[in-house]
Ligand binder design. Structure first.
Ligand code: FUL
Length: 518
């Protein structure tokens, strides 16, 4: 028997309401915009004249409406990147839009983007780089005051903020400056006080950086992880350290392929809820470069990222950088449109169910409740969910469709108010009277879209073969074929195999232990 107390501990770890909200609405768009846009740099040195910032056709409605069409819920703007140039009328420095020709120095890009968000019903978030290559106070204790004042200006002047994205990247050695001692706790408490609904991401306690900037998520993403995963020093040292453009390709940055399996957790004693976010750019660079107009990711590539992140228990933060006119380039806009169209059409392919069966449910939590994806917009909790009455070794759910259809996807969502519990599952489809396995999965969490080679069927079976205590399933949906097949890479297959072996060893070890104790 596996240590029951341990499982009880893992499933007692649940998300805060802010985490629930960003997990529900887990697709957002990043806007990298500033002086770098005009100098074609990724990392500005803080010495470029503000006169360079001169968009002639800036239209943030165009940016935000494109994001809305893409199906995203919110945007995050680089209010200040590493060069220290501020896109709002700040009192903390002259290195800002106030010293630029834009609108005669009266412009405020933060105001424009936040207003556009309100207009289009999207959430607004801020990126404020801790590393600042321009400010004279950088490297001294006084800089912490400056940074908190900047937070204060941004969090009090522009309406509700849903996310504060704290970047760990720092190359201060390049300027021969001492390494700034950031007062992270002070930053966090300032944010909590002024923006109680905001998630603090990346170098923050609410959302975990997935560990690379190439759009790769782990095959098995866990939300309950050991406390050490929130270690700012390691986030900082794993972040970009130099201005190279190799970041977009690095899958290898993924720090560890397993942060939350029971085998892995058995080595630790304290745990936190810390969901992963995949941040990735639609182009090779984070900022706009004309030379990259033809290098916008293909729809196929974006879909791979989308299904691996949004469909793999992670948040997706997709960067789309506005250009020197102050517009999103036509190529990016078209791609965002295509992505949104795909998402909408695919969601509309949810199939009607004739019959569904599962092990006897707790009263009020029948399996039928899991056929409908609906949630309370203020608590982010599901309106209904399924949970069995009894704990068992595995749980089988059978879904009979109205007719025989070609399907290629099954979506599963756990009610994470009861933590993340499913560790492995299998999907079978009825193929001419016989159930054949079409998918072998691991984690589910707040969303797994399992894609497989399309099959013609009228009935599927989902077997939850390893669950921490018992499952709380909020949604199960079967979709007709949309042509998408996200294939596992060799590396993913290898890691999965490795986990399987570890798992078997772990179970054997625990069983031996418990026999000894009898
Ligand atoms: C990195 C930064 O260095 C990049 O410029 C970009 O802002 C990315 C999102 O984070 O660490």
């Amino acid at each position: 028997m596996i240590d029951k107390d341990r499982l009880d501990t893992y499933v007692s770890i649940v998300p805060t309401i802010n985490q629930k909200s960003i997990q529900r609405e887990r697709f957002n768009v990043f806007f990298h915009y500033g002086l770098n846009t005009f100098t074609a740099k990724e990392w500005g040195d803080g010495k470029v004249s503000p006169q360079e910032f001169n968009p002639t056709q800036q239209n943030t409605d165009q940016w935000v409406s494109a994001v809305k069409e893409a199906g995203a819920y919110g945007v995050i703007l680089t209010c200040k990147h590493h060069d220290g140039f501020c896109l709002w009328q700040t009192k903390t420095t002259d290195y800002s839009v106030a010293s630029s020709p834009y609108k005669g120095g009266k412009g405020d890009v933060v105001r424009e983007v936040s207003d556009s968000c309100r207009k289009y019903g999207l959430k607004f978030g801020i990126y404020l780089s801790p590393w600042d290559r321009n400010h004279t106070a950088y490297g001294t204790e006084q800089y912490n005051d400056v940074y908190c004042q900047q937070l204060e200006e941004l969090l009090t002047g522009y309406g509700e903020v849903f996310c504060v994205w704290l970047d760990g990247a720092c190359g201060s050695y390049m300027d021969g400056k001492p390494k700034q001692v950031y007062d992270w706790n002070r930053y966090f408490s300032t944010i909590r006080r002024l923006a109680p609904k905001a998630c603090i991401s990346n170098c923050g306690p609410d959302v975990r950086w997935v560990g690379n900037e190439g759009g790769f998520a782990r095959e098995s993403e866990w939300n309950v992880v050991p406390k050490f995963a929130f270690d700012i020093q390691s986030i900082e040292s794993n972040s970009q350290q130099s201005d190279d453009d190799g970041f977009a390709k690095k899958e290898a940055d993924i720090i560890s392929p397993d942060l939350g399996s029971r085998e892995f957790l058995s080595g630790f004693d304290s745990f936190i809820w810390y969901p992963a976010e995949v941040d990735v750019s639609i182009r090779p660079g984070w900022f706009y470069h004309k030379s990259q107009d033809k290098a916008v990711r293909s729809l196929k590539n974006l879909l791979k990222i989308y299904y691996n992140s949004v469909g793999g228990n992670s948040i997706l933060l997709l960067n789309a950088p506005p250009d020197r006119r102050g517009l999103l380039h036509e190529n990016d806009v078209n791609r965002l449109k295509q992505l949104g169209k795909h998402i909408r059409e695919s969601q509309d392919q949810l199939l009607q169910v004739k019959n569904v069966s599962a092990p006897v449910a707790e009263e009020g939590c029948e399996i039928e409740k899991a056929l409908d994806y609906s949630y309370d917009k203020s608590t982010f909790d599901p309106l209904g969910y399924y949970t069995p009455k009894e704990q068992a070794d595995s749980y089988e759910i059978t879904i009979e469709l109205n007719s025989s259809v070609k399907i290629n996807r099954v979506e599963l969502v756990e009610n994470v108010s009861y933590s993340q519990r499913i560790e492995r599952f299998e999907i079978y489809a009825n193929l001419k009277g016989e159930f054949k396995k079409v998918y072998d999965g691991t984690t589910v969490g707040y969303g797994r879209i399992a894609t497989f080679k399309a099959v013609q069927t009228d009935k599927i079976k989902v077997a939850l073969t390893s669950v921490r205590n018992k499952p709380y399933l909020e949604f199960i949906g079967v979709y007709s074929d949309n042509g998408v097949l996200i294939k596992e890479t060799l590396r993913q297959r290898f890691v999965k195999w490795l986990h399987h072996i570890n798992y078997i060893h772990y179970i054997n070890r625990e069983n031996k232990k418990s026999k000894k104790n009898v």
